[in-house]
Every structure is written in structure tokens, then in C-alpha cells.
Design a protein around this ligand. Structure first.
Ligand code: ADP
Ligand code: MG
Length: 291
């Protein structure tokens, strides 16, 4: 492709909703054979809603009050969902102190002198907290593609909550379009395997990398590259930035965090994955001569 052809294609890409931040992005898009997409905020809308509450003592309002009081200090979308649900039910939140977030695991804070711990199953495991009393419920919720949130007080489980984060309306169609073009499609997420598998199944994605810790997404990209694959990584979050930088092409969702956009080679100007498919088509057309 001539420099002029690349320039024309870059302009056309922008018209179609993908902005190239680096010159080499177009050619790398044309040559890629694998697309790895982040789940939360990329394949899904990224605004989860609270769907379930199960208190071991039967007091669901009390469970939500404690959970929301702690999450009120969190910046994670799960925290926002929980706090919105408490507000919608007019539940007053107790005062908390000593809040801390453990990225990729969960959050904890003190309420009335007791330590409230909130997070994923692997967080409870790390804290040595037994979750078997809610194991059946948790399995059922995860199979419905919901993310489970365990709540413990001073190291003893008191209940379980769940949030659901719907897929973007175009996600399944775009996955099918990418596969039709001969690309391998994989999903990567910090979320637990059962939830991730349920989401992947509904979107037609065969390869799932779940339970990945924040710095692990870039490692997964490297592993695929070591197998000789040329990887497009698509993500929106702060913890996607290293993978976006590491990939042959990093594509950030324009509505995502600034950190992700800075690390990316290309940006989807609207949160619409069809622009990714269109940019790949355009890149392949532009670079057909030298493919
Ligand atoms: P992702 O956003 O891709 O799911 P994260 O690395 O942010 O990945 O978090 C991994 C998991 O840790 C989440 O899926 C969730 O189960 C748990 N987690 C993280 N932060 C919180 C929080 N504030 N409240 C509840 N659970 C959390
Ligand atoms: Mg995300």
C-alpha cells in the first residue's frame, strides 16, 4: 500500500468510527489472526445492575446496607451498582472507616469496629473464608452469567449478592463477523470462570481466559504472541492498558478510561464494536497488495 492509500484509509477509518493513533495500526490490523476482547465494559455495557441478595440470617436489607456502605468508597462498576440499589430502596448506609481496595479481588472496610470484606470467591479463598453455605446459589447465579459478590464480617460469611452486566447489543454479531473473517476470538476477564463461560457461550466465543489478575492480561497477550499469533486486543479499563500496549494492535473503547486510550494504537470513537469489524475490512483492503 502506498502512503497515500494508507492516509486515505486512515481518514475513511475515522469516518467509520475508528481513529488510528499510530501509523502502523492499519497494517497490523490487516495482518492480525487473533482478537482478544476484555469482557466488562468491552463486550458488555459495563454498567452492572444488582440482581440478587441472599443473607444467611434472612436480613437482606441489612446485608445490602453493609455491602453498599463499603462499596460506596469503591470505584469499581460493581460498587456503583450496589450503591445505586441501596439508594433505590432508601437504605441508610452506616459510616465506614479504613476502606481499602484490593484490585482484582474486592474491597474491605470497618463498620462499627468490625471488618467487612466484600469480593470475589478467590478473595474469600485468600482470606480463608468458607463459602460452602452459598455454593449452590453461587453456581446457579454464575451459570446465568451473573457475577457473585461474597460478603463477610470479621472473617465469617454473612451472605451473597450478584450483579448482571448485559452484553452490548452488537457483541454476538461482531464476534460472528470476526470468526467469519478467519480470526480466532478470545475473551479475557478478571471475573470468575463460570460467569465468564456463560457470557462467552451467549456470544459464540470459544476461548475464555477467566480469573485473570490485573497485570495478567498482558501476559496472556504475550503467550499468544509467543505461539506466533498476531493479536488485536480490545479493552476499556485501566487494567487493560498493559495488554493494549503489548498487543500488535491495541484498540481502546472511546468511552473507556484515559489510561486505556493513551496505551492504544487505535480508538473506537463510539462504543460500537461494528467499527472494529469495519476497520479490519478496510485495513485488509488497503494492504491486500502486500499481504
Ligand atoms: P473485571 O472488572 O474484569 O471483572 P477486576 O480485576 O476489576 O476485573 O476484578 C476481578 C473480580 O474481583 C471482579 O470480577 C469481582 O468479582 C471482584 N471485585 C473487584 N472489585 C470489587 C468490588 N469493589 N466489589 C466486589 N467485587 C469486586
Ligand atoms: Mg473492562
Amino acid at each position: 500500500a502506498t502512503p497515500t492509500a494508507v492516509m486515505v484509509a486512515t481518514g475513511k477509518g475515522a469516518e467509520n468510527g475508528m481513529l488510528m493513533r499510530r501509523g502502523a495500526a492499519l497494517e497490523a490490523l490487516a495482518r492480525a489472526d487473533t482478537v482478544v476482547l476484555d469482557k466488562t465494559g468491552t463486550l458488555t455495557i459495563g454498567r452492572p445492575q444488582l440482581t440478587d441478595l441472599e443473607a444467611l440470617n434472612g436480613n437482606e436489607a441489612g446485608l445490602l446496607a453493609l455491602l453498599a456502605a463499603v462499596e460506596n468508597h469503591s470505584e469499581h462498576p460493581i460498587g456503583t451498582a450496589v450503591v445505586e440499589a441501596a439508594r433505590a430502596r432508601d437504605i441508610a448506609l452506616p459510616a465506614v472507616s479504613d476502606f481499602a481496595a484490593e484490585v482484582g479481588f474486592g474491597v474491605h472496610a470497618k463498620v462499627d469496629g468490625q471488618m467487612v470484606q466484600v469480593g470475589a470467591a478467590h478473595y474469600m479463598e485468600k482470606l480463608g473464608i468458607d463459602v460452602t453455605p452459598v455454593a449452590d446459589t453461587a453456581q446457579r447465579l454464575a451459570d446465568q452469567a451473573r457475577t457473585t459478590i461474597y460478603v463477610a464480617v470479621d472473617g465469617a460469611l454473612i451472605g451473597l449478592a450478584a450483579v448482571a452486566d448485559p452484553a452490548r447489543p452488537e457483541s454476538a454479531a461482531v464476534v460472528a463477523a470476526l470468526k467469519k473473517r478467519g480470526l480466532s476470538v478470545a475473551m479475557v476477564t478478571g471475573d470468575q470462570a463460570a460467569t465468564a463461560n456463560a457470557v462467552a457461550r451467549s456470544l459464540g466465543i470459544d476461548e475464555v481466559l477467566a480469573g485473570v489478575l490485573p497485570d495478567g492480561k498482558a501476559t496472556e497477550v504475550e503467550r499468544l504472541q509467543a505461539e506466533g499469533r498476531r493479536v488485536i486486543f480490545v479493552g476499556d479499563g485501566i487494567n487493560d492498558a498493559p495488554a493494549l500496549a503489548r498487543a500488535d494492535v491495541g484498540v481502546a473503547i472511546g468511552s473507556g478510561t484515559d489510561v486505556a486510550i493513551e496505551a492504544a494504537d487505535a480508538v473506537l470513537m463510539r462504543a460500537d464494536l461494528y467499527a472494529l469489524r469495519d476497520a479490519i475490512d478496510l485495513a485488509r483492503k488497503t494492504h491486500r497488495v502486500i499481504r
